[in-house]
Design a binder for this molecule. Structure first.
Ligand SMILES: [Zn+2]
Length: 106
């Protein structure tokens, strides 16, 4: 198993891409069970370009950074759909929104 040499580096975000072996699922289909994918340390992610597997401690930090990034994107997407008002999901979950009410006002 190849390991990325991350020691001595500052905690900079490493560009990640989906592991080809498990296609980002972190597990592979074994004979009876799904098995943890060893090519990506069970994370589903490898370093972009080199496709090296990250060590577990490095992986924790990188996944945290990636998760934070993803959460920021989710917030931005939610805000975007709030502004446009075109999201069916939003209207479904907030019927007080303009045009989303069955209330006749009579
Ligand atoms: Zn994998």
């Amino acid at each position: 198993m190849k390991k990325a040499k991350a020691h001595g580096f500052r905690k900079a975000q490493i560009e990640l891409e989906h592991c080809l072996t498990c296609r980002g699922k972190a597990v592979v289909q074994g004979v009876f069970h799904e098995l943890v994918c060893i090519d990506c340390n069970g994370s589903g992610w490898v370093m972009a370009g080199s496709r090296l597997v990250l060590s577990t401690d490095e992986l924790v930090t990188q996944l945290s950074l990636k998760l934070q990034q993803a959460q920021r994107e989710i917030v931005m997407l939610k805000q975007g759909s709030l502004k446009s008002g075109s999201s069916a999901y939003y209207q479904q979950n907030n019927r007080r929104g303009a045009g989303g009410s069955n209330y006749t006002g009579d």
